[in-house]
Write a protein that binds this ligand. Structure first.
Ligand code: C2E
Ligand code: MG
Ligand code: MG
Ligand code: MG
Length: 288
């Protein structure tokens, strides 16, 4: 009886794994046509200066609506795109979409800078600086309008290769941030050798800030160390007034999170900025 029970559980486990495997295969296959079938969009999440509350820019985040599976989170499909070699195509689509959007907003009178996420594969692609240069040229954008976010783990995968690209991009005037800082087991002395200007502390340290004293110690000392190395600090995952107040007291430079706003579709960004500048906290709450 126990054996049979065990057997059933074993079978169910395998079925679950098989479904996961089928899903991954289907998603990896369908990524190949996601761009041409218009299934991808970019959403934009505001970042504000902690001290003044002023909007300092947006982070562009990719969304994929799959015809069968519905919304697929980027943490899932970006990894698949990297494994299946589709990431270069997705990144190129993303960069062009974002540059075009920055230009469209400028035509409506809003000069904004947008940060994009690069994957490990992108950072080690020697054609990246030239591709970015050409896009900025196409849309007549200064290099300060497009900022780059690279995860800590991507930077330390092959630091020498990443370094050459990042130095070229930095020389071209782009601003570079280390994303998900604190999850990649690197040291600030490793990162210091890379031309980065900003640390984004991973949201896993920020989400529970108001009731986890260890997270507070980690975040406070990270901010101090980053500042003493001349880096500015962004906190992502700011969800509560209490976290915002703590981060402000700790000297954190920039805040991003649901408290300020969720990521917005492109056609809501200008309205959001207008409402936000009016200090309309009810709108802020509605989005948060
Ligand atoms: P990330 O770059 O660290 O982006 C921050 C993530 O935190 C986003 O998740 C954002 O929606 C989420 N977030 C922001 N504020 C809050 C908050 O207050 N609370 C909580 N719980 N979450 C918050 P998202 O959009 O699901 O993206 C996940 C990751 O996927 C990103 O992490 C980034 O690494 C990757 N990603 C997204 N778009 C792209 C892209 O265009 N290219 C590449 N290579 N990666 C991307
Ligand atoms: Mg990011
Ligand atoms: Mg992050
Ligand atoms: Mg992340």
């Amino acid at each position: 009886d126990r054996a049979r029970h065990g057997h059933t559980r074993h079978m169910r486990y395998e079925t679950g794994q098989d479904e996961q495997h089928q899903r991954r295969l289907a998603l990896a296959r369908d990524l190949g046509t996601a761009v041409e079938q218009d299934q991808l969009t970019m959403v934009y999440q505001p970042k504000i200066l902690a001290a003044s509350g002023e909007v300092m820019g947006f982070e562009a985040l990719m969304r994929w609506r799959h015809p069968g599976f519905g919304f697929v989170p980027p943490d899932e499909f970006i990894a698949l795109a990297e494994q299946s070699g589709r990431i270069t195509q997705l990144t190129q689509w993303m960069l062009r979409t974002v540059c075009r959007q920055i230009d469209l907003w400028a035509q409506q009178g809003e000069v904004v800078s947008v940060a994009v996420n690069l994957s490990a594969h992108d950072v080690m692609d020697i054609t990246l600086p030239e591709r970015i240069h050409l896009l900025l040229q196409d849309y007549q954008l200064g290099p300060e309008r497009l900022r780059l976010e690279v995860t800590e783990s991507a930077l330390i995968q092959d630091p020498a290769l990443a370094q050459a690209n990042l130095i070229a991009l930095r020389k071209a005037g782009l601003h570079i941030a280390v994303d998900d800082y604190g999850t990649g087991y690197s040291s600030l002395s490793q990162l210091k050798r890379l031309p980065v200007q900003e640390l984004k502390i991973d949201k896993s340290f920020i989400l529970k800030l108001d009731h986890d004293s260890e997270d507070r110690i980690i975040v406070r000392s990270t901010i101090e160390l980053a500042h003493s190395l001349g880096l500015s600090v962004v906190a992502e995952g700011v969800e509560t007034d209490a976290s915002q107040a703590l981060l402000l007291a700790m000297g954190c430079d920039v805040l991003q999170g649901y408290l300020i706003s969720r990521p917005l579709p492109s056609d809501q960004v200008i309205d959001w900025m207008t409402q936000y500048r009016k200090g309309d906290t009810t709108t802020r709450r509605a989005h948060g």
